[in-house]
Design a binder for this molecule. Structure first.
Ligand code: ADP
Length: 497
């Protein structure tokens, strides 16, 4: 037995064994009881059939020469003494009774020897049934020596000197009973031991096989679980639908799949986190180094620098401080969203108004970059049900990107359109576009299509947008063609006034 099998649910096997042993004992004792009962009945029925005519013969033989009654009406005791003597010589187990027609015991040799507890009247119904069926049917009658007990008998009617009655012969008398009980006890003991031993032997073989078959699937599952536990993540139960414990086998496979899936997810999350930290520290270092360089130059060469140069250097430091604070803000925002610390506070608000405000906010920047920025809103006023500040943040990131990746003389359009129960928001630009193979990854944090474009941002803008969409149970799609431009489209539930 291998280590695996040894540790396999010993409790279960113990229980199976216990149930099995109990079953065997129960089967053994029922078997002995049933066999004993029928063996006894068989023996009694055979004896009764064999001796069915005894009573008839006694009457025919003994009463032809002498009457069973004396002249004074009393029982002819010597005749019966004689009769009993003859009969006992052949068969000691029989007991002869002379009954009147009401079943009263008129005489019995055995009874004469004194048996105080004996009954004086025998029930006639079994006797009449016996006579009617000519002794061919198994019937038990009263045992005068043992009130309450039923015995096999032979009976025949007599009619002598105008007196009627029955000759009643108990075939399995006290003697028979004693011998029978004794023998039965011995047989029972032998039969019991033999039958139980044989049953145990067969059951042991069958039981071992049954337990082996029953626990076969369990062993297989335990082995697979152990393999999985030992690091073999590929370990699965083959053909779980064929297993006797299909639900268990399937559940294990599903559990293993989900564990592996979660591990993969965690690995990729971990990988992205490391990438994020590496990239963020790089992005923090660059502006910090620039800042340090320019501040040092201003400190050392303050006297030799022209006013023009000083202004330029200060502008550069200012730009880098902006960049740094932007990065830190985005990181803070993103980590809050990722840690699920943000709960959207949804309320009805006018997305049209919000769009107007945002267009106004970005107009100066657009003009600086010579980009046409416009709001395309056919509806007068579109109301949505969402978190206003989160939606503002998402739109801001999308407009910023559109302006960032669009060249001079390009165009950025924010359009709102009511579609059924939703309002569709579309930010379209005529900018650089995104290569098709990169499009699926742009919403992953810290992915920049063109690494040289890093100077533009930190790669968290769209990841933040994606998280905001998730919080509103909506999705964002991107339609983009390189050199032609991009469209970012998402829906928000419309609010009916
Ligand atoms: P970044 O701070 O680098 O802009 P984002 O998460 O906002 O980070 O965007 C991820 C990347 O997706 C960008 O680096 C850019 O390559 C691409 N991208 C996003 N918006 C646009 C757009 N409107 N046009 C072209 N490329 C875009």
């Amino acid at each position: 037995m291998s280590q695996n099998e040894k540790t396999l649910t010993p409790k279960l096997i113990k229980k199976l064994w216990l149930a099995f042993v109990l079953l065997v004992l129960l089967m053994g004792s029922s078997y002995i009881f049933i066999t004993g009962y029928f063996a006894n009945k068989y023996s009694q029925e055979t004896t009764q059939r064999l001796n069915a005519d005894v009573a008839h013969h006694v009457i025919a033989e003994k009463f032809k020469d002498a009457s069973p009654f004396l002249e004074d009406g009393s029982v002819n005791k010597p005749l019966f003494g004689d009769l009993m003597h003859d009969m006992m010589a052949v068969n000691q187990s029989i007991e002869v009774y002379l009954l009147n027609e009401s079943g009263d015991v008129l005489y019995s040799v055995v009874l004469d020897h004194g048996d105080k507890s004996s009954i004086k009247t025998v029930s006639l119904a079994p006797i009449q049934s016996f006579i009617k069926n000519k002794g061919e049917r198994f019937v038990l009658g009263d045992d005068p020596r043992n009130p309450g007990e039923q015995k096999i008998f032979s009976a025949a009617p007599y009619s002598v000197d105008g007196r009627n009655g029955y000759m009643y012969i108990v075939l399995a008398g006290k003697k028979f009973q004693e011998i029978s009980d004794n023998l039965m006890g011995q047989y029972f003991a032998k039969l019991g031991i033999g039958a139980t031993f044989l049953t145990m032997l067969f059951s042991l073989v069958i039981g071992l096989m049954a337990i082996w078959f029953l626990t076969k699937n369990l062993r297989l599952i335990t082995q697979t679980v152990r393999k999985f536990h030992d690091g073999d993540l590929e370990a699965r139960i083959a053909d779980p639908q064929d297993s006797d414990i299909e639900v268990f086998a399937k559940s294990f496979n599903e559990m293993a799949d989900s564990i592996v899936g979660n591990m993969d997810k965690m690995k990729s999350v971990d990988h992205l986190r490391r990438e994020l930290i590496a990239n963020v520290s790089h992005d923090l270092r660059t502006p910090l180094a620039i800042l340090k360089g320019y501040i040092e130059t201003l400190q050392i060469k303050n006297d030799t620098l022209s006013e023009e140069q000083k202004k330029e250097y200060l502008q550069i430091t200012h730009d880098n401080v902006d960049k740094l604070s932007n990065l830190v803000n985005q990181l803070f925002e993103y980590s809050k969203l990722e840690a699920e610390q943000v709960t959207p506070v949804k309320e009805p608000f006018s997305i049209t108004e919000l769009s107007h405000d945002l267009i106004a906010k970005f107009r100066v920047l657009a003009e600086q970059k010579q980009i046409e920025l416009q709001l395309d809103n056919p509806q007068e006023n579109c109301m949505v049900f969402a978190d206003v500040s989160l939606v503002e943040r998402a739109l801001q990131n999308l407009i910023e990107n559109a302006l960032k990746y669009t060249q001079a003389n390009g165009k950025v359009t924010l359009s709102l359109q009511k579609k059924g129960k939703n309002v569709e928001i579309n930010i379209t630009d005529t900018g650089t576009g995104i290569p098709v193979n990169e499009q699926p990854f742009i919403f992953d944090r810290y992915k920049q299509v063109d690494k040289s474009a890093k100077k533009h941002g930190v790669g968290l803008g769209l990841a933040i947008v994606k998280k905001i969409m998730d919080l509103h149970d909506t999705t964002i799609t991107v339609l983009s063609k390189p050199k032609e431009g991009s469209s970012f489209i998402f829906n928000l539930p419309a609010y009916q006034i």
